[in-house]
Design a protein around this ligand. Structure first.
Ligand code: UDP
Length: 413
């Protein structure tokens, strides 16, 4: 298995100055000032999938901006296949608190695939940011080149991890120089410094930029969705932890009172082997209700996702566990009222009754959706406040600022 593979930067690149109207000149000046001492520094971002899921979404947008700031940033994807991704998906679920009894073979597979990828990170990298557990054991490559700084960026909710999987993983994490988590609640007892970084969305990306109403209408037509009746939407990988079956149950409760439609749209991620099975279960539960649209999206369909979010009356994110939930920030940025579970990083984004509505059950989700459908003026206000909350806290420029600050700190220490 050859493992040196770099993900090309996105073709659709925006200049830093294009962000001026969104974040203001002071923010852009600050980024340039922070980046200046780091000019030419090689930065390596490593994860396990080039498409699908929030991490790939963030890296796709971060890389071109880092480069514009003079940082020599690269994104590399470790190679793996089904046996590895089955193990890492089980680890992922276990770290999110699901019951799992690992056997020694699971750990051996994890180690073996990481070993095969040890050449992934070039020896001259100054900063290496390893995203999530899958490539965590690549820290072993550090033995060959000690001068660089290794950071573990964890995007998942580690507040109640399975102890066997976490103990195993921790032997690697302890060797890093620093760790980054998405919420203060995920902090663990670690011998290395822990930093809090919020994930981010890019307001100028195809996923989030403004769209022509005609384009939005054409996407709805294409999927057979009626733009004149309320549309409830959850965009997510077909994953049990996103609780698509719970969303269907909530929709059925709402449907007794409101003539609405449900859109459950999602694609896969190459490191998530469970998607097809969950999609089949969802289709089965959806039955033949013409107002329930289960849409399988191509691996990359940012404009369609954007259009579906913008066409929605209410955005749902009924996750059972969640690292952060970028789809929530995406919905809020589009000034949509969001009804979402109070799990993981969602309460950082949805401040109850201020930027959206938090729920704890299927019935609660249905209740809040009904409330929003009957109170459109409140729905509008929540959406507008949500938009400002995202502007303040969850935009890509803020994320870059945090990375540059951490790099500078490590550079000087
Ligand atoms: N997404 C997408 N197409 C899909 C499903 C999801 O582009 O079919 C995007 C979604 O818009 C968001 C990211 O993938 O940008 C999902 O990130 P999130 O943090 O919500 O969940 P994760 O999949 O990382 O658990």
């Amino acid at each position: 298995m050859t493992s040196v593979q770099e993900v090309p930067a996105e073709t659709e690149v925006y200049l830093l100055d294009n962000y001026l109207p969104v974040v203001g000149a002071a923010e852009i000046d600050e980024l340039r000032a922070l980046a200046q001492p780091l000019e030419g520094s090689p930065v390596e971002m490593v994860n396990s999938t080039a498409v699908g899921g929030g991490v790939a979404e963030i890296l796709t947008r971060l890389l071109p901006l880092f480069r514009q700031l003079g940082v020599d940033a690269h994104w590399r994807v470790m190679e793996g296949d089904l046996p590895f991704f089955e193990v890492t998906k089980s680890f992922h679920n276990a770290l999110h608190g699901e019951h799992f009894q690992p056997v020694p073979k699971d750990f051996e597979i994890f180690r073996e695939y990481n070993r095969r990828n040890l050449d992934l990170v070039p020896a001259d990298a100054r900063f290496v940011v390893i995203h999530d557990p899958q490539p965590a054991a690549l820290i072993e490559a550090r033995r060959n080149h000690r001068k660089n700084h290794w950071i573990w960026r964890c995007h998942i909710d580690l507040s109640r991890p399975d102890s066997a999987v976490w103990s195993f993983l921790q032997t690697y994490i302890n060797q890093y120089d620093a760790s980054i988590f998405s919420s203060p609640e995920y902090a663990r007892q670690l011998p290395i410094p822990q930093y809090l970084f919020y994930p981010s969305i890019d307001p100028l990306s195809e996923k989030n930029r403004d769209l022509e109403p005609e384009y939005i209408e054409s996407v709805l037509e294409n999927f057979g969705i009626d733009s004149r009746r309320p549309i409830l939407t959850q965009i997510s990988r077909f994953d049990r932890l996103k609780d698509p079956l719970g969303v269907i149950k909530a929709y059925k409760l709402v449907k007794r009172y409101h003539d609405c439609q449900l859109v459950l749209a999602g694609g896969g991620a190459t490191d998530d082997p469970e998607g097809a099975q969950v999609l089949a279960e969802v289709r089965d539960a959806a039955g033949n209700d013409p107002d329930l649209h289960v849409i399988e999206l191509p691996v990359s369909a940012p404009l369609e996702v954007n259009a579906l979010q913008r066409a929605s009356t209410v955005i749902i994110q009924k996750s059972l566990r969640e690292g952060f939930g970028l789809t929530v920030a995406e919905g809020l940025w589009k000034k949509k009222p969001v009804v979402a579970s109070a799990v993981g990083g969602i309460p950082l984004q949805v401040i109850h009754k201020h930027t959206g509505l938090l729920t704890h059950s299927i019935e609660g989700t249905a209740y809040q959706i009904r409330f929003l459908l009957s109170h459109p003026e409140i729905a509008t206000r929540l959406g507008e406040q949500g938009h400002e909350h995202v502007r303040e806290n969850f935009l890509i420029t803020g994320n870059i600022k945090r990375y540059l600050t951490l790099f500078l700190y490590l550079f000087n220490s």
